[in-house]
Design a binder for this molecule. Sequence first.
Ligand SMILES: Cc1cc2nc3c(=O)[nH]c(=O)nc-3n(C[C@H](O)[C@H](O)[C@H](O)COP(=O)(O)O)c2cc1C
Length: 463
Amino acid sequence: MTNDNQSLRGFLETVEQEFPEEILRIREPVSRNLEMTSVVFELDRLGKSPVVIFENIEGTKTPVVTNIAGNRKLLAHCLNAEARNLPTAFRDRCQNYIPCEVVSRGAWDDIVLEGDQVDLTQLPIPFQFSVDAAPYITAGQICARDPETGVDTTGFHRLMLKGKNRLGISLHSRRRMYEFHRRAEARGQSLPAAIVIGTHPLHYMGSMVYAYPPHVRKYEIIGGLFGEPYRLARCGVNNIEVPAGAEIVIEGEILAGVHEPEGPFGEFTGYASYRSTQNVFVAHRVRMRRDALFHSVVSGMSRDHILISCITREGEILNALRRNLPNVKAVHVPHKTCGAFLAIVSMKKIAEGEPKMAMLTALGTELYTKHVIVVDDDVDIFDMEDVMWAVATRVRAEKDIFLVPGVKSAIIDPTSDPKTFTVTKMGIDATAPLNENFAERLTISDAQRTRARQILGNAGVTA
Ligand SMILES: Cc1cc2nc3c(=O)[nH]c(=O)nc-3n(C[C@H](O)[C@H](O)[C@H](O)COP(=O)(O)O)c2cc1C
């Protein structure tokens, strides 16, 4: 087997060896119906987020691997970074594009099923929330080439199981895949595409990057994250190259001019989503490893679904801000804001107007970022109570809040207009004014703290 350090199973091996407490193998028989999702949500309630491998799914021999992206420590290890430096490590590495290496054969070429042999219902595709319209492939990286330039892309898009060779697909992010399909459709053609299941978490991370030049391949960004060329092999559709170490490849096309109901689906917003671009993928060929693992992302507002979005957005917004504002300290996109809709920026304000500049930049970085709060650098942006204290005590609503109506936004955002998918974006400047004699924050010095701990220790109180 080649490509191990860049494959899902290579990642699992590393976790098993170096962080055995962060991998959980469930050997008891488990149903595809709702059980896998609720196990991971229950672990989260217990404050745990290990990689979970369901080894015994009823009706199949294929194990399901899930929650590979729900753990900061493991993701940081993939980038040789400390957990607290993850957004910065991501930000640095994803700007270092490394050309790919094409190898002659993919590990997924053991078994090839074509024509009538294709039967996607044989895969252990979980049915995740009771509201879902059907079982969903949630860890399918869709790979395709721009019909105009030939540059390829890769990204997750939810895939609703509709039949043996038919999947509903939603391209609601309206990024490259949406545009490639639109360009193909404008020529009256379907878009040849491959669905890749079972890749390394750095592929997941790199595929979420959205601010990069049009000639750059996402695979080159993923190579930057690995710190070496990403190894690809050519599959059988439109010369599309896919990761050589992947588990399963489904070749086919996203149809031109065909729209069918897709959804509802339990989305990362924490709501059932009925919104979709309602496209259709038809599978022509399946290739897989003999002992393939099936990767599934836990949907809904799980860590598995959201943590990487938090990290990539923090990194991307930081990249955009640092170009003009070196005094920006950090950015936080909290999990509970769906890893998407709110960004908190901390800065050492030098001049009035800088928070507004930062907010306009952050709001314009991409469509999902809807609210931005800027705070001074004495506020801990990873502590929402501290952020709310700054909002409560430093915001003068008549001056410090601005609204930008009618901005293109996320289709999946339940507040976006159901026809135009626009929202009103909001900036909140929660920094204290510079030149007024503004109230002084109460502090307790480190020396006082040390003395207090000593007094408490003597009284029998320890942490
Ligand atoms: C687990 C997961 C599922 C996703 N599902 C979808 C989806 O169904 N549709 C969509 O447009 N974007 C979805 N996204 C976001 C896209 O993957 C992301 O915007 C990506 O950068 C799009 O790539 P592209 O530029 O190749 O279109 C999902 C992201 C994650 C992490």
